[in-house]
Design a protein around this ligand. Sequence first.
Ligand SMILES: NC(=O)c1ccc[n+]([C@@H]2O[C@H](COP(=O)([O-])OP(=O)(O)OC[C@H]3O[C@@H](n4cnc5c(N)ncnc54)[C@H](OP(=O)(O)O)[C@@H]3O)[C@@H](O)[C@H]2O)c1
Length: 304
Amino acid sequence: MRKKILLTGANGQLGNELQKLAPSYPQLQFFPTDIDTLNLCNKTELVSFFNTNKIDCIVNCAAYTAVDKAEDEIETCYRINRDAVQNLAESVQKQTQIIHISTDYVFDGTGNTPLKETDKTNPQSVYGKSKLAGEQILMKIKPESSIIIRTAWLYSSFGNNFVKTMIRLGKERDSLHVVNDQTGTPTYAADLAKVILAMIVRSEENGIFPAGIYHYSNAGVCSWYDFALKIHELAGIAAGKVHPVPTSGYPTKARRPMFSVLDKTKIRETFGIVVPEWEQSLRQCIGLWCAPDQAHFAISAAGE
Ligand SMILES: NC(=O)c1ccc[n+]([C@@H]2O[C@H](COP(=O)([O-])OP(=O)(O)OC[C@H]3O[C@@H](n4cnc5c(N)ncnc54)[C@H](OP(=O)(O)O)[C@@H]3O)[C@@H](O)[C@H]2O)c1
């Protein structure tokens, strides 16, 4: 029998990438939902959904991801990033597996060595604190059947993200300033989606669901400035438009970690995953730009 996979927040960046891959996994049956079809903040709706549908594994891509806005919308942010995770964990059967996505923003970013799953968390923003609260509640309720994947600097051909913003601004402006003292690694959501599905398939094959926290981003290290330069180069935007600026010269409402490179050893060794270099994945994503059928890559003026 095919394993039944519920995708929540399926209209977001990661959710769309998972839906795009679904036809390549005929052994899995997908149920994509989003806030309009399954609102995780509504526990009654959740209980009724799980009474009607037998789900084997949930990939929870639903989240409140507006990092700066969260500083003002604290309750809404916690309702989605913490309370909705609790609703989900409490509404499903004991054996239902949950793969939940979290963030590098659970760290304060004061170190300078790649962050391991066991490193001390100390979020500096409302978003980071709410995501950590979501992790903690999930691990309290379902420690044996939950996997948390912390990822970072996510982008995709779907939705709004840094890559699209840099391309749009590169076309609109002669010059733009991007911070060069925050260090991390971008993550192509399509790569993360592949990893999630590989984790599900391998766990099924091995008969073991290795619950716990895992870190995943692409490989390599860069600053937002390096990332922006590479985006412009690959998108064919004239060189010389991007200028480095320190974090102090680009104030934002939410404080971001200065160093949030994730150590991927655990996920690589547990699941035998090969992690692509960030430049290689960025090239692939921007390559979609030129494909005639990629209407979803239209750049929204709303940006991030
Ligand atoms: N984006 C990043 O840079 C980044 C970095 C690190 C980690 N992450 C984590 O990675 C995961 C996926 O991120 P993403 O960028 O794909 O997010 P996204 O594009 O913002 O998608 C999130 C989706 O969840 C939906 N949603 C919001 N509230 C919901 C609710 N109550 N019930 C059901 N669905 C709801 C959203 O709908 P609406 O759009 O209608 O609100 C949206 O479709 C998240 O857990 C995020 O915290 C993201």
